[in-house]
Design a protein around this ligand. Structure first.
Ligand SMILES: NC(=O)c1ccc[n+]([C@@H]2O[C@H](COP(=O)([O-])OP(=O)(O)OC[C@H]3O[C@@H](n4cnc5c(N)ncnc54)[C@H](O)[C@@H]3O)[C@@H](O)[C@H]2O)c1
Length: 303
């Protein structure tokens, strides 16, 4: 079984690749290395340094004939999406449609898509179910949602099977301080440089932090399960940014002081994903607690 991972040299993509290789899948990666790192990839992997919008994608599919595609490649910076909505849309919407067309042409058997909790927008302090209304408050949230509709139409029109996974805030080793779930890696960067931790707003805003290796497992399970479904991947646990700061105090004895700054446009106040569907359909549960995950991330950054 051959799996092609777009964005496979990135933070989440490279952990997915690790699980695929470990489980014996033949693995091909497409990545333009805009934020990814080739050094994250194991030697067994066939790697193409190429943009998902490039004409050469067709030739890569023709040569590799992947059975399944896991699509992670995206512009992941929410602030950038606010400043340059068209750049964000070109990458996330047009880029995904181009990959879908190629999947259709080469008769890919399943398409797994990395969507995001940002599609829900502001929900209030509740456990968010997949059927909640879609109300993104950033262009990034919109550019992660629009491909979901295309994916469903590709299924209806051309029979391309899919699973859409809506991730909560993913954190862990290899994460760069940019991007969607970045607060944990930003705090680690500040810790390394002994600079103040910047907290936007009053720090009472909550996130659902899910460990990257758990997210990678969900993707590999989705290769075989959850056909034509949209599934939250989170812990259903809320952690405020102030609580996250305190947890860092358990991981490191030399914690820089917090510095409070005005909240940013496009940032959600509360986020917590109901994960029952993931368990029912994929048999997936997060197994790493935030404290365990922070220790493992600390060991990565400080070893
Ligand atoms: N990190 C999170 O908390 C989070 C939450 C929800 C959803 N997601 C989604 O998960 C996916 C992976 O995100 P990540 O956090 O690992 O970010 P990342 O930036 O580490 O990974 C994205 C990868 O895609 C590559 N890439 C970007 N644009 C590309 C293009 N046009 N062509 C080819 N390669 C391209 C980058 O070089 C990088 O390797 C994204 O689709 C993102 O929207 C992430």
């Amino acid at each position: 079984m051959k799996v092609l991972v777009t964005g496979g040299a990135g933070f989440i993509g490279s952990h997915i690749v690790d699980v695929l290789v470990e489980k014996g899948y033949e693995t091909v990666v497409i990545d333009n290395l805009s934020t990814g790192n080739k050094a994250f990839l194991p030697p067994e992997v066939t790697f193409y340094e190429v943009d998902i919008s490039s004409d050469s994608i067709d030739n890569i599919f023709k040569k590799e004939l992947p059975d399944m595609v896991i699509h992670q490649a995206a512009q992941v910076d929410v602030s950038k999406s606010i400043k340059q909505p068209s750049v964000d849309a070109l990458s996330n919407i047009m880029g995904t449609i181009l990959i879908l067309e190629t999947c259709k042409k080469y008769k890919v058997k399943k398409f797994i898509y990395a969507s995001s909790c940002s599609v829900y927008g502001e929900t209030g302090d509740v456990s968010i179910q997949e059927l909640f209304p879609i109300k993104p408050i950033s262009f990034y949230g919109m550019s992660k949602y629009t491909p979901e509709v295309y994916i469903k139409l590709f299924n209806e029109q051309f029979g391309l099977p899919y699973t859409i996974l809506r991730y909560a805030n993913v954190y862990g080793p290899r994460q760069t301080p940019k991007g969607e779930g970045g607060v944990v890696s930003i705090f680690f960067e500040k810790l390394m440089n002994q600079e103040p931790f910047v907290i936007f707003g009053d720090g009472h805003q909550t996130r659902d932090f899910v460990y990257v290796k758990d997210v990678a497992e969900a993707n590999v399970l989705a290769l075989q399960k959850g056909k034509n479904e949209t599934i939250n991947i989170g812990t259903n646990t809320k952690t405020s940014i102030n609580e996250l700061y305190s947890l860092f105090g358990k991981v490191s004895s030399s914690l820089p002081t917090p510095h409070y700054s005005p909240s940013r446009s496009g940032d959600i106040l509360y986020s917590r994903l109901d994960n029952r569907k993931a368990f029912e359909l994929l048999g997936w549960k997060p197994i790493t607690t935030l404290e365990q995950g922070l220790v493992q991330t600390y060991n990565y950054f400080f070893s």
